[in-house]
Write a protein that binds this ligand. Structure first.
Ligand code: F6R
Length: 365
């Protein structure tokens, strides 16, 4: 039931504050991750883990890409991420004590399950699943499971599943990081930041009218470029995926530092450039990338932390977002991009909840 909402996608976007909170429940206190957050067997296992191999498809793959930044930054454990359809068809070197981590909303994605079944034969230390559907094949076949608490996701374009995957992945990262020397203070700082996320997402939902206004500028566009740096690069990828899935506008995402290495050639007044710019250590570098775009007449849409001081100028639309912690920023910054795609699709009159050619659960390869 869509309730008061026009589409399931919009309803699911608005559910995010609640379901992010639900995914934290029973797993974190005010300032730390609970020992039992990943189940009782996990504690000992995590101490042995020297490497993490993440496998997923689509939006879930983007969640895995964010997690790689977290796992290497906070836990200091090497992490590889690969789409399941690639991983399953190539030879790979398995390092000792590698945790195999599958991320899937449905738990029924054919390629992800095939990769897991291979991995179980291949000598990984253990298989952990992050999944939204209890009783799914992925949940049944994994050694350890962290359930996201997104509830049923009906819209084909994944929204709340992604932000709850990120929430679960950050909790997992903190549990792993603790056995690898993360200080109590740093853990407390990040857990406290995580508790602020539902409220920050609400603040962004309150900007809906501004984002809807912005979306009008995309009506006559055929292409769009998304830029992000660091852990916001996967957020840019996810923003581009949402836009292409539901509005059928061709969209690509690049790490902002790659602009000069090719995509800058595409930038002209017909190419909107969307950037996520929280106030992190990369903000200054990102601002100089924006200058490069502006100098070529590109129209810029910047979602930026107030403190990043990105000023609206000619051809630059800035939406100022609440201040967020650098670690939790990817969760929060995903939401305005979801809303942007949603409004563009509504204006274009596409079938938002059932985009052409796509299925909710990809059970064949
Ligand atoms: C995008 C989308 C897909 C899925 C992908 C994996 O909005 O929904 O890209 O993320 O098909 O599905 P799961 O997570 O069920 O394995």
């Amino acid at each position: 039931d869509k309730g008061e909402y026009r589409h399931f996608m919009l309803k699911e976007i608005h559910e995010q504050p609640r379901v992010i909170k639900a995914t934290m429940e029973g797993r974190v206190t005010e300032s730390r991750v609970l020992e039992q957050a990943l189940g009782t067997e996990a504690g000992e296992l995590l101490q042995d883990i020297r490497h993490v191999q993440i496998i997923a498809c689509g939006t879930s793959y983007h969640a895995g890409m964010v997690a790689r930044y977290w796992i290497e930054d906070l836990a200091g454990v090497p992490c590889s991420v690969e789409v399941a359809s690639e991983f399953r068809y190539r030879k790979h070197v398995i390092q000792k004590d590698t945790l195999f981590l599958c991320i899937s909303q449905s738990g029924e994605t054919a390629d992800t399950l095939a990769a897991l079944r291979q991995a179980k034969q291949a000598g990984f230390r253990a298989a952990l699943a992050i999944c939204n559907v209890p009783g799914s094949s992925l949940v049944r076949e994994s050694d350890l499971v962290i359930m996201t608490q997104a509830g049923p996701e009906i819209g084909v374009a994944s929204t709340k599943a992604f932000t709850t995957q990120l929430t679960a992945l950050l909790i997992f990262t903190l549990a792993l990081a603790r056995t690898n020397g993360l200080s109590k203070n740093r853990e407390a700082e990040i857990v406290k930041a995580l508790h602020l996320v539902p409220g920050q997402v609400n603040d962004i939902l309150a900007l809906d009218a501004d984002i809807a206004e912005m979306s009008r500028r995309f009506m006559d566009k055929h292409h769009a470029l998304f830029l992000g740096r660091g852990s916001q690069f996967p957020v840019a990828l996810e923003g581009a995926l949402k836009l292409k899935e539901i509005s059928y506008i061709h969209a690509e995402a690049y790490p902002a530092g790659e602009l000069k290495h090719g995509p800058l050639a595409l930038v002209d007044s017909d190419m909107p450039v969307i950037t996520v710019a929280p106030n992190n250590s990369m903000a200054e570098k990102l601002k100089s990338n924006l200058e490069e775009v502006r100098a070529r007449g590109g129209e810029l849409f910047v979602f930026a932390d107030r403190a990043a001081n990105v000023n609206p100028e000619h051809n630059t639309h800035v939406l100022q977002l609440p201040e967020v912690h650098e670690i939790t920023a990817p969760i929060v910054y995903t939401v305005p991009l979801q809303l942007l795609s949603y409004h563009v699709a509504v204006l274009k009159g596409t079938d938002v909840d059932q985009p052409r050619n796509l299925a909710k659960s990809v059970t064949v390869e």
